[in-house]
Design a protein around this ligand. Structure first.
Ligand SMILES: *Cc1c(COP(=O)(O)O)cnc(C)c1O
Length: 366
């Protein structure tokens, strides 16, 4: 049995640090924000190479509030990629704006910058690149286009904590970036959690107010804010885990390298692009095959945990049928939705476990 992700072995390894961190929060009975959240925010901002972090209740809220803070509102259009998790576009929709989709490129699965400009209109306010599966999007190209057209870039970095290129990390490229600390993410809490990074002090101050009822001073509510705070216990847990994140990301990249080596030339499999060094932290290890359904069934029978990220692209989701997206505009996303398959990937995965997965895949194509 090879699980798709293995949160238990990580907890076992860290129990001696995590249990006392949680106990300290309970002993102090200071359950909202407080020092653990402030400490985690500071440490996570430093990790990303950003000046500020505001910790919030989820990655979805992080994207929602980041877009709100940069001024996205009713009537605006926000350009993003068609093959993302629904939270990316929900964050746009919650702000009353329209998600304008572009296709992804076939190699990186990330937003194809060449397709952005023809989608820009007078209503376009922002571009939201998603660093999908843990691989940095082509930020040079995207930032260049944004600058040329006066658009704001908000990164969806929910799968990319620590991915870097040219010494810059996810969360430090755009005006702001949203992160998720959902348990299965590369940096995962033991419940929901999220964070927004930014280098802009005014934006930071605005975000602090937005997550806390819009009140600079208790009971002085200056505008309509929200209650979206990272739970204090989750912050204590995340602070412990953050110290290990670089090592975990390296372990994932190493596992991806082994998979690629061992799966080369097997059947019709297309293995993922490893990207330039450090730019891909392999939140997910995604292959493609024309025989996805049969391979998935075979791996299930062999006890190998797999997933599909994502089986239904945004333009085919029930929630977005009112947008009348034309699937023909997104040929890669529409084709690959039936071919992509995520294999087991977690930092603790051993070479023996990888061999077992590879063996099961090879048996299928024999
Ligand atoms: C996980 C994820 C989110 C949302 O994060 P939650 O913490 O689950 O709300 C947003 N965008 C992407 C790309 C994600 O993978």
């Amino acid at each position: 049995m090879i699980p798709f992700v293995d949160l238990q072995s990580q907890y076992k390894a860290l129990k001696k640090e995590i249990d006392p961190a949680v106990e300290a929060v309970m002993t102090q009975c200071n359950f909202i924000l407080g020092q653990p959240v402030a400490e985690f925010e500071k440490a996570f901002a430093a990790f990303c190479g950003a000046k500020y972090c505001v910790a919030v209740a989820s990655g979805t809220d992080a994207m929602f509030l980041a877009l709100k803070a940069v001024g996205v509102g009713p009537g605006d259009e926000v350009i993003t990629v068609a093959n993302t998790f629904v939270a990316t576009t929900l964050a746009v929709t919650y702000n009353g704006a329209k998600p304008v989709l572009v296709d992804h490129d076939a190699k990186s699965y990330n937003l194809d910058p060449k397709l952005i400009e023809k989608k820009i209109t007078k209503k376009t306010k922002a571009i939201v690149p998603v660093h999908l599966y843990g691989q940095l999007a082509d930020m040079d190209a995207i930032l260049g286009i944004a600058k040329k057209h006066g658009l704001t870039v908000v990164e969806d970095a929910c799968q990319a904590h620590g991915a870097e290129r040219g010494g810059k990390r996810a969360g430090s490229f755009g005006a702001a970036a949203g992160f998720s600390f959902y348990p299965g993410k590369n940096l995962g809490a033991y419940g929901d959690g999220g964070g927004i990074t930014t280098n802009d002090e005014a934006l930071y101050n605005q975000l602090v107010l937005l997550r806390g009822y819009g009140s600079p001073k208790k009971y002085h509510h200056e505008f309509i804010g929200y209650n979206s705070r990272l739970d204090t216990m989750q912050a204590a847990i995340l602070k412990v885990k953050l110290a290990y994140l670089d090592g975990w990301n390296q372990a994932r990249a190493k596992a991806a390298g082994l998979y690629n080596q061992k799966l080369k030339g097997v059947g019709d499999l297309v293995c993922p692009d490893l990207g330039d060094p450090k730019s891909h932290i392999f939140h997910l290890y995604v292959v493609r095959t024309q025989q996805r359904e049969a391979l998935m069934k075979h791996l299930g029978e062999r006890g190998v945990g797999v997933g599909i990220h994502y089986p239904i692209p945004i333009f085919r989701l029930g929630a977005y049928q009112d947008q009348n997206y034309d699937p023909a505009e997104f040929p890669n996303a529409d084709l690959f939705k039936d071919q992509i398959l995520s294999l087991p990937m977690f930092p603790e995965i051993t070479e023996a476990q990888i061999n077992e997965v590879v063996g099961a895949v090879k048996d299928f194509f024999k």
